[in-house]
Write a protein that binds this ligand. Structure first.
Ligand code: BMA
Length: 827
């Protein structure tokens, strides 16, 4: 049986600057360890330095800036371990599950291996190299910068910072070289667990799992491919057993394992399979898969996986107007994808626990997400993240990790490195049913013509995304679609063409429209999976990471933590507040500025969701940029911040993604009242809609019984723009509410006059208790009632509007004092 010895825990680490001694002098048993500090493995050198009091918490103030020297040192890790006699006598490997980045590994003073890919494990055969009793294991490691000193930067990287780091050559998280939402903090260290393995027989090297569902859904197969390493020189006769205990299924095959790694395919038939569905379309039944390898009836290795049965396709049928649809289809049903972009939740990549992944996925689900896109600039996601998505029905679009650059696919060594990496990742993540689409990269096709790339070379990475990776996907995982880039268009159209493929509608915020998020209202993108609006973090978060004497706009730490797009597009965040509410950022108190910035971000993201949802399935997603933060930010694209606080945009987005939703939208010379039903069941209830006046009154007030057909958006009714104009567009808005059995299910409103030009009436809000609800009422329209500006109180709703004379209900525990309103956005 394969045996394992964990080598995690407390190691020693020391940095070298090339002047005060050389790393090679510190890999022998007798080396002086007095200048080493304690290292936690797995971990990152920054965390060890912080624990030793040598640098500050990199999330606070300008500490990340002061820690820049860490990336330029060469680090030596040391540990000693006792090798059991069996490990010394048998075939043995040292396994580093993650090294960041260029590592040379020494055992008892001798070099035994090298590794230079953050995303793949490093397995070193140490058969015959262990000694009985104490062994000394050393790792010389550097962040990657030294490894690219002699590589050309200009042909691959646009912009000065990237030409300096040459990040395209380095297979590690690209955002750590600085991104608009991340500081430069180049990690270095042993970032995943380390262990010693040994056996006198074969071991399982990898297992691919994928389902195959019959068209009539009455039967399915769960396929496995078991890759087995026979380290001996002789073939081994073995039995491979695949079990699916949930349905009491067992399949055995007898094989002869040749020397080296060989592949063996098994499958289990599943009658009447329980299908995995994205929420809210159904349940998430999962099947356990156990693999055993037996030699002479003795188990020599075991692997356990968990999977789900579903089919996945992308419908790209011709669109009746122009171009094609782009619709995710799970089990043959079209699914509208609602959600955000996921970035790694910590600038220290080793720092995310399974609980943190789970908490973030749960917060996304609470916001009615059913989709997350793993953006291609950080890292392949973790099993703990995908386990949560499998269990909660969240669809995952996964970019391969290439973003906003050119990559040296024309370099043979690099080309092979990334092909091996993608092969490993595709096998490793294959069991997860939530992972639905593999995508080649983020924006490599789209930005190439526009950014300042040296155009002298033919595209060096085209063959990776259009030749090698599609072939690896087809060979390694025939169950999932592969899409070459995001955004990407077929038929040689411009990659971000709105009418084909997927889109990044960045004309709002980053291009011509700047802060005018109402421009989303006309966007016909078929599958928008980026596009967003910046908003300030909550006051509690700002006070947590800004030093006490820097808690003001544009302070040094504020700017260091600010999103760079606030500078690329001159003062984007500050001018948005002026543009919409007519207030100058610099004249506002910090909390007042933060409040408006957050409320406006929520407005923008609701516009994004409303627009694409009401076009269901002409548009079939509303995936915005971006869901979560990687560190505490002054302004960010996110709705949940680094400290897991719900930003002010969180609840507006949650309401905008409700499965049953009413959406008023201007179309030609009418306002159409759309009813959207995301579920696969018919919904029946009442729609109340019309025109409200800011100062009170409902000059148009209609009520009809409605039937919302499953999985569709329908037009419930229309209101003529001429009627609205006659009432006055600056004194009124269109509203809509859906009720089920007398209870409100969705409320929405539409303005066509900017907030600063509306004629506001002074809010007069009353709150009363009704059972386990708080009921809010006001005779006039109230914008953005705020109960918890810090985003950490256990409220189930926040930043909502009160329509004149119409009750607004929220769940409120009957034993708690009634909520207190902290502020309104009404001007
Ligand atoms: C998109 C993303 C990221 C970036 C964002 C905001 O294009 O792919 O690269 O953070 O824009 O600039």
């Amino acid at each position: 049986m394969l045996s394992k010895l964990d080598l995690n825990g407390k190691w020693k680490v020391k940095g070298f600057d090339g002047q005060h001694g050389q790393p090679e002098g510190f890999i022998s048993a007798g080396a002086d360890e007095r200048t080493f500090i304690t290292a936690q493995v797995p971990g990152d050198v920054h965390l060890d330095l912080e624990a030793a009091g040598l640098i500050g918490d990199v999330n606070i103030g300008m500490n990340a800036q002061s820690a820049r020297w860490v990336e330029e040192q060469i680090w030596v890790y040391r540990t000693r371990f006792d090798a059991p006699a069996d490990a010394v006598a048998q075939n043995a490997w040292l396994v580093f599950e993650g090294l960041d980045l260029n590592a040379v590994i020494y055992l008892n003073g001798q070099e035994i291996g090298r590794h230079n890919d953050f995303y793949t494990p490093c397995r070193i055969n140490v058969t015959g190299k262990l000694v009985e009793g104490e062994n000394l294991l050393c790792v010389r490691i550097e962040s990657g910068l030294y490894g690219v000193a002699d590589k050309p930067g200009a042909p691959y990287c646009p912009g000065l910072p990237d030409q300096l780091s040459k990040r395209s050559w380095l297979r590690k998280p690209q955002s750590s070289f600085s991104w608009d939402w991340s500081p430069r903090l180049i990690n270095v260290g042993i970032w995943r667990p380390v262990h010693l393995e040994w056996t006198n027989s074969a071991r399982i090297d990898a297992v691919t799992v994928y389902p195959e569902l019959a068209d009539d859904h009455k039967s399915a197969k769960i396929h496995t491919r078991v890759f087995i390493d026979n380290p001996t020189a002789e073939p081994i006769k073995a039995k491979i057993r695949m079990k699916v205990p949930d349905i009491s299924a067992v399949v055995d095959i007898d094989v002869e394992l040749p020397a080296g790694v060989s592949r063996h395919d098994l499958a289990v038939d599943v009658d009447n399979p329980k299908l995995w569905w994205p929420r809210p379309h159904g349940d998430q039944p999962l099947y356990n898969v156990k693999i055993k390898v037996l030699v002479d009836d003795q188990v020599v290795d075991i692997a356990k996986r968990r999977t789900g049965i579903r089919s996945i396709g992308i419908c790209q049928d011709p669109h009746p107007e122009t171009g094609e649809y782009f619709i995710l289809q799970v089990n043959g049903a079209s699914i509208f994808a609602k959600g955000g972009n996921w970035v790694h939740p910590d600038i220290i990549f080793a720092e995310t626990s399974a609980e943190r992944y789970r908490k973030l996925v749960e917060l996304a689900v609470d916001a009615n997400f059913n989709a997350l896109r793993i953006w291609g600039g950080a890292m392949y996601t973790d099993h703990a993240f995908l386990d949560a998505c499998d269990e909660l029905g969240v669809m995952v679009w996964h970019d391969l990790i290439f973003a906003c650059a050119k990559y040296p696919g024309d370099d043979g060594e690099f080309n092979q490195l990334v092909r091996d990496e993608v092969t490993h990742i595709v096998r490793d993540l294959s069991p997860h049913p939530s992972l639905l689409v593999w995508c080649g990269n983020n924006e490599l096709e789209w930005v190439y013509p526009y950014w300042d790339f040296q155009k002298s070379k033919p595209l060096p990475d085209h063959s990776l995304f259009h030749f090698y990776f599609p072939r690896i996907m087809a060979e390694e995982d025939p169950s999932r679609p592969y899409w070459p880039s995001s955004p990407y268009s077929t038929n040689h159209r411009e990659p971000n063409d709105r009418t084909t493929g997927d889109q990044h509608p960045w004309n709002v915020s980053l291009q011509g429209e700047g802060p005018n998020f109402w421009h989303y209202r006309g966007d016909v993108s078929r599958f928008p999976n980026e596009g967003g609006v910046l908003g300030a973090s909550s006051p509690a978060t700002l006070r947590q990471f800004l030093p006490a004497d820097q808690q003001y706009l544009r302070s040094p730490s504020w700017e260091f933590h600010d999103n760079a797009c606030n500078y690329w597009v001159d003062n984007l965040c500050y001018s948005a507040v002026d543009y919409w509410v007519g207030k100058k950022a610099d004249e506002l108190a910090l909390d007042d500025y933060v409040f408006y910035s957050g409320v406006l971000q929520g407005e923008g993201l609701q516009e994004y969701a409303n627009n694409f949802r009401r076009r269901m399935f002409s548009s079939s997603s509303a995936i915005f940029w971006m869901y979560n933060d990687t560190w505490p930010a002054s302004h960010g694209w996110t709705i949940v911040d680094y400290y897991n606080r719900r930003k002010m945009a969180y609840h507006p987005v949650r309401r905008a993604f409700e499965p049953i939703r009413i959406i008023p939208a201007v179309d030609g010379d009418v306002v159409k009242i759309f009813g959207v039903n995301d579920t696969l069941e018919t919904w029946q209830g009442k729609a109340v809609y019309g025109i409200f006046q800011m100062a009170g009154g409902l000059p148009i007030n209609k009520s009809v019984d409605v039937t919302l057909v499953p999985n569709a958006a329908i037009v419930i009714d229309e209101i003529s723009l001429a009627d609205w104009k006659a009432i006055g567009e600056d004194v009124s808005g269109v509203f809509g509410i859906l009720y089920k059995d007398g209870e409100p299910v969705s409320q929405n409103r539409l303005f066509v006059t900017k907030f600063k030009d509306l004629k506001w009436a002074k809010p007069e809000v009353s709150i009363e208790r009704r059972g386990d609800k708080a009921i809010f009422r006001s005779p006039v329209f109230v914008w953005g009632v705020c109960l918890d500006i810090d985003g950490e109180a256990p409220v189930t709703d926040d930043i909502f509007d009160l329509l004149p004379g119409i009750e607004y209900e929220m769940a409120w525990p009957s034993d708690q004092p009634l909520p207190v309103i902290q502020r309104y956005a009404s001007l």
